[in-house]
Design a protein around this ligand. Structure first.
Ligand SMILES: O=P(O)(O)OC[C@H]1O[C@](O)(COP(=O)(O)O)[C@@H](O)[C@@H]1O
Ligand SMILES: [Mg+2]
Ligand SMILES: [Mg+2]
Length: 336
């Protein structure tokens, strides 16, 4: 059986005019950085990468050594690729312009360098999430210095999105807006190999994911819906549900892309100024793009996540994504 590597797949996409060459190179560079992060993650205590930095990011969360290292790996790899105008990350307060007086490359890269960082020290799955946008013309043609505003585009504008999951296997899951492909890292070859040709999410499911410890803070529609899930066959949904929570969005979404399910991180009453925990630009948008491309759905309970006009780089959003029937049901409960 001939093996299709990520590079070969991307070349074919460019040949058939689906993917511009500069976007192809950009994805290659991101994939190379993910390989490096995978290597660092797998070294664990041997590489001295476990534990905290003793610093906080812009959201007041303690940064792990691997959060910072992964951010540096992505920055360094992409800085000189020539295809980017700028980058933004969970671990950087502000947008980062590629060195040079004015933006040059055509794209913007937004990422969560290490997702699920509370899993690092317990040897459980973590990942990297990324989203690619076009740099708006005014920054390219009028030689304007790049700022946060350039990034504030709804998720429908993404030209590519994906994640790497560092679990028992390292995988890269990618969409270029034409379905979802999964590539597994062959460590001996050093290449990502296409192993999951057409990833699709079944419309119905009997599995959900939510952090139940926040139950008392949820809004009424989510209380009602999760109570119904828990009632199983005896309740109005008339079927039993199983529950999973990996505490890394990458791993929970990967499970849903593999066998279906519903992932929820609702807004709650603790900090009304922060709707939910997850970040729109580098968690919810890329994952929603992937999920929709795989035939699933994604909303914030009220509207399609990809339609939300972002107001800040680190904006938070409630997330309900996965198998269509259940996303539609919980979204409908918000409207009643
Ligand atoms: O602490 P909780 O409620 O389990 O939250 C888990 C969620 O937080 C996150 O870990 C946030 O990601 P980061 O590790 O990138 O901050 C999600 O991946 C995950 O779904
Ligand atoms: Mg994250
Ligand atoms: Mg993170």
């Amino acid at each position: 059986m001939s093996r299709v590597t990520l590079s070969r797949y991307l070349i074919e996409q460019t040949r058939s005019n689906n993917t511009p060459a500069d976007l192809r190179f950009l994805i290659e560079v991101v994939a190379r950085a993910c390989k490096e992060i995978s290597h660092a993650v797998s070294k664990g205590a041997l590489g001295g990468v476990l534990g905290s930095m003793g610093t906080e990011n812009v959201q007041g969360e303690v940064q792990k050594k691997l959060d910072v290292l992964s951010n540096e790996i992505l920055l360094e790899a992409n800085e000189w690729g020539g295809h980017l105008a700028g980058m933004a990350s969970e671990e950087m307060d502000n947008a980062y312009q590629i060195p040079g007086k004015y933006p040059k490359g055509a794209y913007l890269l937004v990422f969560d360098p290490l997702d699920g960082s509370s899993n690092i020290d317990i040897n459980a799955p973590v990942g990297t999430i990324f989203s690619v946008l076009r740099c708006p013309n005014e920054y390219l043609s009028q030689n304007e210095a790049l700022n946060e505003k350039a990034f504030l585009q709804p998720g429908t504008e993404q030209v590519a999105a994906g994640y790497a999951i560092y679990g028992p296997q390292t995988m890269l899951v990618l969409t270029l807006g034409d379905g979802v492909k999964g590539f597994t890292l062959d460590r001996e070859m050093g290449s990502f190999v296409l192993t999951h040709e057409d990833i699709s999410i079944p419309a119905s499911t009997q599995e959900f994911a939510i952090n139940m410890s926040n139950q008392r803070h949820w809004e009424a529609p989510v209380q009602r819906y999760v109570n119904e899930l828990m009632e199983g066959e005896e309740g109005p949904l008339k079927k039993n549900f199983n529950m999973r929570w990996v505490a890394a969005m990458v791993a929970d979404v990967h499970r849903i892309l593999t066998r279906g399910g519903l992932f929820m991180y609702p807004r709650d009453s603790r900090e009304p100024s922060k709707p939910g925990k997850l970040r729109l630009m580098y968690e919810a948008n890329p994952m929603s793009f992937l999920v929709e491309q795989a035939g699933g759905a994604s909303t914030d309970g009220h509207q399609r996540i990809l339609d939300i006009q972002p107001e800040g780089l680190h904006q938070r959003v409630a997330v309900f994504l996965g198998s269509k029937e259940e996303v539609e049901r919980v979204t409908a409960y918000h409207k009643q």
